[in-house]
Design a protein around this ligand. Structure first.
Ligand SMILES: Cc1cc2nc3c(=O)[nH]c(=O)nc-3n(C[C@H](O)[C@H](O)[C@H](O)COP(=O)(O)OP(=O)(O)OC[C@H]3O[C@@H](n4cnc5c(N)ncnc54)[C@H](O)[C@@H]3O)c2cc1C
Length: 405
C-alpha cells in the first residue's frame, strides 16, 4: 500500500465528508483549503439534509447523523396554495423520542452543518491546511504530485477534487462541464425568525401568488430562520425584485409584517445544470466529488446531499484501490466509482431539470394540467398532492448499478 496520504482539495461539506470517510476506512488523509480559517460563507444554502445523508454520516462517524439532526429542525407540515386558495395540506407525526431512529430529514443553515463536520474532523485528528489552494495536479500510474499555493510540492496516493464549482482539480484532469442553465431567475432570501411568532413551521408552495403579482413563492423554515424563494417571471428585472425595498415588501406579504425588516441575505440566481463529462482522469488517480463534479438547480435538494453521497463513494473506492494487490483491480475501483457517480450526476441533473421545466413551464399543456389539478384538489386529494410534490422533481435516488444489467 502507498505510504503517501490521499489529498483532498477543498473543505466544503463534500471535502470534509470525503476526509471523514477515508479516515473511517483507515486511509491517511490531508485536506487543503483555498480560503482562510476565519472565512465567512454567506447565505443558508443547503438547508435541507435528506435522511439518507444523515445515515451516511452516521455510518462513517457513529453519532454524527444524530448530532446534525439535533442541530436542525423538522417542519411537520407541507402546504400548497394555488392563486390564493389552499389545494393541499398534510401534517406528519414527528417522533423525536430516544430510540426513534434518524429523522427523514433535518433543516439548518449549511454553515452550521459545516461547523459540525469541522468539529468532527478535529475530533478524529484531521487537520485542514487553510489558505492553501491546490494549484497543480500531475498524475502518474503510481501516484499524484500536487502543487499547492504555498509553493510546496506534495506527493499523494490519490486526490479527491472537492474544490467546488470553479474546481482547479477538474481543470487539471481536463474534464469539462456539459449542460445549460435555467431560463428564469429566482430570488432567494434568508429571513431571521421572530422567536414568539405563532406561525407554524410549515413548508409552503404558492402557485401564482396574487400577493406577489402572480409569481410562484416557496417558503421553507430552517433552524433559526425562513427561506423565501420567489420565482421571477420571464420579463422581470431580478435586480429590482432583489432590491432591499421590494424584497422587504414581498417578505412582509409572505410571512407577515413582523418580518419586513428581518431579511438577512438575498441573492438572485439562474441555476446551472451541468455535469462533468468524466469524474476521473488519466491513470485513475483522481476522483471529483460534489460541486467540482456537478451543479444542479436546488429543487429536490440534490446539491450538498449528492456531494456527500459522492464523498462516501470516493472514500470507499480509494480505500478499495489502496487495499488491492493488483494494479488493474485498483484502477477498476476508481474507474467504476467515477462512472457510477457520473451517471448519478446525470440522473440528478435530469431530475432537477424536470423540476425546473415544471416550474418554468410556459407550455399550454403544463399550465392546463396545473389549473385542472387545482380545480380537482378539493374533492380528489391526489390532484393536490401532485401539485404539492411536482416542484421538487422525482422522488428517490439515482440508480447506481453499472454494467450490462
Ligand atoms: C441558494 C442555494 C440553495 C441551496 N440549497 C440546497 C439544499 O437545500 N440542499 C442541498 O443539498 N444543496 C443545496 N445547495 C447546494 C449546496 O450549497 C452545494 O451543493 C454545496 O455547497 C457543495 O458543497 P461542496 O463541498 O461540493 O462545494 P463548496 O461548498 O463550494 O466547497 C468547495 C470548497 O473548496 C474550496 N476551494 C476552491 N478551490 C480550491 C482549490 N483550488 N484548492 C483547495 N480548496 C479550494 C472552496 O473555498 C470551498 O471551501 C444550494 C445552493 C444554493 C446556492
Amino acid at each position: 500500500m502507498s505510504e503517501d496520504p490521499v489529498i483532498v482539495a477543498g473543505a466544503g461539506p463534500t471535502g470534509m465528508v470525503a476526509a471523514l470517510g477515508l479516515r473511517a476506512r483507515g486511509v491517511p488523509v490531508e485536506v487543503y483549503e483555498a480560503e482562510p480559517e476565519d472565512r465567512e460563507r454567506p447565505g443558508s444554502r443547503a438547508i435541507f439534509v435528506h435522511g439518507a445523508t444523515l445515515r451516511t454520516l452516521d455510518t462513517i462517524h457513529p453519532g454524527l447523523g444524530y448530532d446534525l439532526a439535533e442541530e436542525g429542525m423538522i417542519w411537520p407540515t407541507r402546504r400548497t396554495l394555488f392563486r390564493g386558495e389552499e389545494v393541499f395540506s398534510r401534517t406528519y407525526e414527528n417522533d423525536r423520542s430516544a430510540g426513534a431512529g434518524l429523522p427523514p430529514f433535518t433543516s439548518l443553515p449549511q454553515v452550521w452543518t459545516e461547523d459540525v463536520l469541522l468539529d468532527t474532523l478535529e475530533e478524529v485528528g484531521i487537520d485542514v491546511t487553510w489558505d492553501t489552494p491546490v494549484e497543480r495536479v500531475e498524475t502518474r500510474a503510481d501516484g499524484v504530485t500536487v502543487g499547492t499555493g504555498d509553493g510546496e510540492t506534495r506527493e499523494a496516493s490519490y486526490v479527491v477534487g472537492a474544490d467546488g464549482a470553479g474546481s482547479t482539480v477538474r481543470k487539471e484532469i481536463g474534464a469539462d462541464f456539459t449542460g445549460d442553465q435555467s431560463a428564469n431567475s429566482f430570488i432567494i432570501a434568508d429571513v431571521e425568525e421572530v422567536s414568539d411568532d405563532p406561525r407554524p413551521p410549515e413548508r409552503v408552495f404558492h402557485y401564482d401568488d396574487p400577493d406577489l403579482g402572480g409569481r410562484n413563492l416557496l417558503i421553507v423554515p430552517f433552524q433559526g430562520g425562513w427561506r423565501v424563494d420567489v420565482q421571477c417571471k420571464p420579463d422581470d428585472d431580478p435586480e429590482r425584485i432583489a432590491s432591499d425595498e421590494v424584497i422587504a415588501e414581498y417578505t412582509a406579504r409572505a410571512l407577515g409584517e413582523r418580518y419586513r425588516d428581518r431579511v438577512e441575505w438575498v441573492s438572485t440566481y439562474q441555476f446551472k445544470q451541468v455535469n462533468a463529462e468524466a469524474y476521473t482522469g488519466e491513470h485513475d488517480r483522481v476522483l471529483l466529488a460534489g460541486e467540482a463534479a456537478h451543479l444542479f438547480a436546488p429543487f429536490g435538494a440534490r446539491g450538498m446531499n449528492s456531494g456527500i453521497a459522492d464523498a462516501d463513494a470516493v472514500a470507499s473506492a480509494i480505500a478499495g484501490a489502496l487495499a488491492a494487490d493488483v494494479d488493474a483491480v485498483a484502477r477498476a475501483e476508481i474507474a467504476e466509482c467515477a462512472e457510477r457517480r457520473q451517471r448519478a450526476g446525470e440522473w440528478n441533473k435530469d431530475a432537477a431539470a424536470q423540476a425546473l421545466e415544471y416550474l418554468q413551464g410556459e407550455s399550454l399543456v403544463t399550465k392546463a394540467k396545473k389549473r385542472l389539478a387545482a380545480a380537482a384538489a378539493d374533492y380528489y386529494e391526489p390532484a393536490g398532492e401532485w401539485l404539492d410534490d411536482a416542484p421538487y422533481g422525482p422522488h428517490g435516488s439515482p440508480p447506481v448499478s453499472i454494467g450490462q444489467y
